[in-house]
Design a protein around this ligand. Structure first.
Ligand code: SF4
Length: 199
């Protein structure tokens, strides 16, 4: 996809929104859900849209989003301002339901789209790496699992910070790891507020 690096961002986004690359594997018509502007300061590298987000077409328009916005200490308006937050899940289309929870992000999506989209984000100061699929892509050398990665906090420059998925299906993890909301979330809020203040 290197030929896409010179494509204007509006054309690239139009190409993504028209994508049917893995349509045969989806249980519905493709509906890529993402948010991107080259001025974005914070990237949310997430998993894949759920059913409610698939229906609305608005990223994190669900209970996961409510919890994530609370962790970040931002309003809906701030969260959906693409000059503040870019939102790129590992799979842009809802992958459908599994026996328990949703299916994983389609594996075709990141190799096809991620590199040129990330290349457009030249102002990033923080990447929030949410869940194990984004962790495997953005921090491939992390071998001790998601909990250890989250506990370690921010690393690298520009900064990457692994987070657990904010889904209600993750309530048990949050109950077992109370240090996350007690210690790490206040630091995350302070970091986000600092970045947005200077945007
Ligand atoms: S999941 Fe990604 S690759 Fe598959 S149709 Fe949607 S945008 Fe295209």
């Amino acid at each position: 996809m290197s030929e896409r690096t010179t494509v204007p961002i509006t054309t690239l986004l139009a190409d993504v929104r028209a994508c049917r690359h893995c349509a045969e594997h989806l249980p519905h018509e493709p509906r890529p859900v993402l948010q991107l502007h080259p001025s974005a300061r914070i990237l949310i590298a997430a998993q894949a849209p759920g059913r409610k987000v698939h229906e609305s077409g608005v990223p994190f328009d669900d209970a996961s989003g409510d919890r994530l916005r609370d962790w970040l200490g931002v309003t809906r308006a701030q969260f959906h301002d693409p000059t503040c937050f870019a939102i790129l899940p590992m799979g842009f289309c809802y992958p459908g339901q599994a026996r328990s929870g949703d299916r994983p992000p389609r594996p075709e999506c990141a190799p096809r789209w991620r590199a040129p989209l990330l290349q457009a984000l030249t102002q990033l100061q923080l990447t929030l790496v949410i869940g194990r699929y984004a962790l495997a892509h953005h921090l491939p050398d992390e071998s001790d699992g998601l909990t250890a990665a989250v506990r370690q906090g921010q690393r690298h420059q520009p900064a990457l910070m692994p987070l657990p998925h904010p889904s209600p299906t993750n309530n048990r993890w949050l109950a077992r790891n109370r240090w996350f909301e007690q210690d790490l979330v206040p630091r995350l809020r302070a970091r986000v507020a600092d970045i947005l203040r200077h945007s």
